[in-house]
Design a binder for this molecule. Structure first.
Ligand SMILES: NC(=O)c1ccc[n+]([C@@H]2O[C@H](COP(=O)([O-])OP(=O)(O)OC[C@H]3O[C@@H](n4cnc5c(N)ncnc54)[C@H](O)[C@@H]3O)[C@@H](O)[C@H]2O)c1
Length: 350
């Protein structure tokens, strides 16, 4: 079997998920990993028995004959690296957020058009089994028309210093976590957001070894949809106890609650603790709610499998670059609202 050759740029948290996801696919071969952190990349390569090469300059990976490259680097590098990947004749699997802001995203989509290659937008939540089930139930009309609801993504804060630096991340909890909620809500309601309101705060400016937090670590917003639904989103980087993600959606004929974490599928009370419960749990002592098959529950391998299948079958992915830009456009309007303290219109995208 001729395998599809892929490369990965980055060797941190999300690069590992890409490695794992690719390694599950018999028709895919990881031919190289590029990272500025060689030790970290070596650990990853050993863990997944990768035979490919280690690169410390991504431009060398672009010279290889791989077909796809995963962009698993800090947000400020998404635009430049994605453009270079597309211009080198390869497809780019770009992690969320697509870029730091809408103007970077616009430029990436221009490059996509001129390069005749594709951006696949990595929004794993839209491939997570629990969130996918919600979509199916909504599509069947089980809860009627959604008119109100809330979504939230919260944890104690990211694991690398760059997330906290305004110029490197482009934004805080809203951009990092809110982007997941907004993506799912666009998908669930199948409707545009016309206006937004947002307030943001930084309540924990000192992040110890990571330095100052220059971006918001908390944000709350309201999305006003064109069909009159109004949905609140709450995003936090200061909530200890592990990754909490959930939606409550109210429709004219029912309601849905979904929480892939903090659910009671497995509940553990332990006085001495155990190895791992869920991302950013901090502790496993006392009552904990471990997530079984976390990568699978969060949709990472399903997302990559979907992208690969779209390439082999020449189909449009559920989450493409245009979708990534649409989500970012809403985030941009929310940042504007947080500054003006007014409800802001979401610009209509062509
Ligand atoms: N889908 C999700 O749920 C999810 C989760 C976490 C992160 N992410 C996204 O993934 C991206 C990376 O985040 P992370 O958590 O993996 O960060 P991380 O800090 O854990 O890893 C970043 C990696 O990028 C590498 N890197 C930095 N500059 C580089 C360069 N010039 N060339 C090659 N490698 C370079 C670093 O060595 C490191 O391995 C971000 O855009 C983030 O928003 C998505």
């Amino acid at each position: 079997m001729n395998k599809i050759k892929v490369g990965i740029i980055g060797s941190g948290f999300i690069a590992e998920h890409h490695c794992y996801a690719y390694s599950l696919l018999p028709n895919v071969e990881i031919i190289g990993i590029c990272s500025i952190n060689e030790d970290e990349a070596r650990v990853l390569m050993k863990k997944y028995n990768l035979l490919g090469k280690l690169y410390n300059n991504y431009e060398d990976l672009l010279k290889t004959d791989c077909e796809i490259i995963s962009v698993c680097v800090p947000n400020f590098l998404h635009q430049r690296i994605t453009n270079d990947i597309l211009n080198s004749g390869k497809h780019a699997f770009v992690e969320k957020p697509l870029a730091r802001n809408i103007s970077e995203a616009n430029e990436m989509l221009e490059t996509e058009k001129s390069s005749n290659r594709q951006i696949f937008y990595c929004e794993n939540n839209m491939y997570a089994p629990s969130f996918t089930k919600v979509k199916q139930v909504i599509e069947e009309g089980a809860i009627g028309q959604i008119y109100m609801g809330r979504g939230k993504e919260q944890h104690s804060g990211p694991h690398s210093a760059w997330f906290y630096k305004a110029n490197e991340s482009g934004g805080g909890a809203l951009l990092d976590l809110g982007i997941h909620d907004i993506a799912c809500l666009l998908w669930y309601l199948d409707c545009n957001v016309k206006e937004v309101f947002c307030q943001k705060k930084t309540i924990k400016p000192n992040r110890g070894d990571f330095g100052q937090c220059e971006v918001e670590d908390n944000a709350v917003g309201i999305l006003y949809f064109e069909n009159d639904a109004q949905i609140i989103i709450e995003e936090s980087w200061t909530a200890p106890g592990g990754y909490d993600m959930r939606f409550e959606l109210f429709g004219t004929e029912g309601q849905i609650k979904v929480a892939p974490t903090f659910s009671n599928l497995v509940s553990v009370y332990s006085e001495k603790g155990y190895e791992y419960a869920v991302e950013k749990a901090g502790s496993t002592q006392g009552w904990t709610f471990p997530v079984p098959s976390e990568a699978w529950s969060f949709g990472y391998p399903q997302e990559i499998a979907h992208f690969i299948s779209c390439i082999t079958k020449k189909k449009k992915p559920l989450t493409d670059g245009t979708f990534g830009r649409r989500v970012l456009n809403i985030v941009d309007a929310m940042y504007k609202s947080a500054t003006t303290k007014k409800v802001e219109e979401v610009e209509h995208l062509i």
